[in-house]
Design a binder for this molecule. Structure first.
Ligand code: PGA
Length: 256
């Protein structure tokens, strides 16, 4: 079901006490008026997920996601975290294929496909990240890159699976750089993704998949991005580390 969503990816930031403080700040800020129909998701570091979930037991607004999971169920993979482990903490979702995972940890579209399968098998929604590098944008071939990420990462999934897969378009050149895609640039890509979804699945699925924008989305530019018809919300990095900024972005989504 297509939803308005604002998700915060905290990445490798916050100590335990800072994480809990940030959650408390969000709990205090988020009222029915601000949240409205917007789905709010936070993705703290894995180490703090359990405490964050516990502190949100009574909170009706904030869902919790992990930033990554391993592609196997269990086994001899020292230091890794599996989807069943995440599910056992009552998480709601997991981010898959973030460009930093692709860039620094060599994750491929094929890896992402297996991880998305792990997420779905364990009743976690998958937030699948796609997006081109600056070189790919400049080459003019960026849509091919993005659609290849879609095709290979979603290979084998059927229309019903898309109920539990959220797409996040995050141009790599806009992540953490302060350089944001213009609303028109983002809208064009989102529309292209939806056209692809209609061809790959069907038009109803294309209409129903939630497609988020990510990359230097801030309180000052969120409303213009969210006003575009194919941009359903945002995956927020830097600005999700401030309870007030993240709240302002949620409000922008609710009011757009
Ligand atoms: P940013 O990160 O908002 O700091 O650019 C976005 C992301 O990587 O999800």
């Amino acid at each position: 079901m297509r939803r308005r969503i604002v998700a915060g990816n905290w990445k490798m930031n916050t100590t335990h006490s800072e994480a809990m403080e940030l959650v408390e700040g969000l709990k205090a800020n988020l009222t029915e008026d601000i949240v409205g129909e917007t789905g709010v998701i936070i993705a703290p570091p894995a180490l703090f997920l359990n405490d964050v979930v516990e502190s949100l037991v009574e909170n009706e607004f904030i869902a919790v996601a992990a930033q990554n999971c391993h592609h196997e169920e269990s086994g001899a993979f020292t230091g890794e975290i599996s989807a069943p482990m995440l599910a056992s903490l009552d998480l709601d979702a997991v981010i898959i294929g973030h460009s930093e995972r692709r860039q620094y940890f060599g994750e491929t579209n094929a890896d992402c496909k297996v991880k998305i399968g792990q997420a779905l098998n364990n009743e976690l929604a998958a937030i699948y990240c796609i997006g081109e590098t600056l070189e790919e944008r400049k080459s003019g071939q960026f849509m091919e890159v993005i659609l290849k990420q879609c095709a290979e990462g979603l290979e084998g999934f059927i229309a019903e699976d898309m109920d539990n897969i959220i797409l996040a378009y995050e141009p790599v050149w806009a992540i953490g750089t302060g350089e944001v895609a213009s609303p028109e640039q983002a809208q064009d890509v989102h529309a292209g993704i939806r056209t692809w979804l209609a061809e790959r699945f069907d038009s109803e699925t294309a209409e129903n998949v939630t497609v988020l924008y990510g990359g230097s989305c801030k309180p000052g530019n969120a409303a213009d991005l969210f006003a575009k018809k194919d941009i359903d919300g945002g995956l927020i990095g830097g600005a999700s580390l401030s309870a007030d900024d993240f709240t302002a972005i949620i409000a922008a989504r609710t009011n757009a």
